[in-house]
Ligand binder design. Structure first.
Ligand SMILES: [Zn+2]
Length: 248
């Protein structure tokens, strides 16, 4: 389900971080790490959930209702029973639009209708659960979308690489991919130590978890290594909404 960005879309994507929709200050609290999984492939729960349970930590699963029971990016996605098990285990469920649509390709009304539909879809399956945080599908955002998303959610995460420190945009949180395609260039231990020293908020996102993960996912060992690095550095590991509550 790829999307094609025009030159204008690419410009809108690049300039969006220059305008803060909802500034907050990160850095006066203990350093934190939030793990998140997008879409989500079944293995994010069956494999990823097992690793997190072993270490007593919780993540945020950003769900698109339309992907339930589907194959997306060649991976089998969650069924309702997985979603219910994830929530039951104490993980946060966050919104990723119902249709998994790009904020750069959809009209504003269509984008927000998809958020409404996802809210209803999740609430019907999780006993009225209200999602409080958001992740932009494909990491696509614009200045306008960030402003409107800031009004609907406590915070929103993209895929622009970085660590949240100092003055940040709660509608434009930066993150680091737990993705095998980029993990080789990422020193988990050093990033965790630096985040702890700065009192920063490290937000990670991934997709599938498996020994033979996709380029957009990671192995159980890599996930475990990140958790251990965060704990060794003294970072508190919290779902996105709980981490935000420490700041805002
Ligand atoms: Zn996604």
């Amino acid at each position: 389900m790829a999307r094609v960005l025009t030159l204008l879309d690419q410009v809108r994507l690049r300039i969006a971080p220059l305008s803060r929709a909802a500034p907050i200050a990160v850095g006066s609290q203990r350093g934190m790490m939030s793990l998140s999984f997008d879409d989500f492939p079944i293995s994010a729960w069956t494999e990823g959930g097992r690793v997190m349970a072993d270490h007593g930590v919780h993540a945020t699963y950003y769900v698109s209702g339309s992907l339930c029971g589907q194959v997306h990016d060649d991976m089998r996605q969650f069924e309702v029973a997985h979603l219910q098990a994830v929530a039951e285990a104490g993980h946060e469920i966050g919104c990723h639009t119902f249709d998994h649509i790009s904020a750069l390709k959809a009209r504003a009304a269509e984008f927000h209708a998809s958020i409404d539909r996802n809210a209803h879809w999740v609430a019907e399956r999780l006993d009225g659960y209200a999602m409080e945080t958001f992740a932009y599908p494909f990491g696509d955002w614009s200045i306008g979308t960030k402003r409107s998303v800031a009004k609907r959610f406590k915070c929103a995460r993209g895929v622009l690489r970085g660590v949240n420190n100092g003055k940040v945009d709660r509608a434009g949180l930066v993150s680091i991919g737990l993705e095998s395609k980029s993990l080789a260039t990422f020193d988990m231990e050093a990033v965790a130590v630096k985040a702890a020293a700065q009192g920063a908020w490290l937000v990670l996102y991934g997709h599938d978890v498996g020994d033979r993960s996709s380029p957009y996912g990671c192995s159980p060992k890599q996930l475990e290594r990140m958790i251990l690095a965060a704990k060794a550095a003294g970072l508190d590991i919290l779902p996105v909404k709980d981490a935000l509550a420490r700041i805002h």
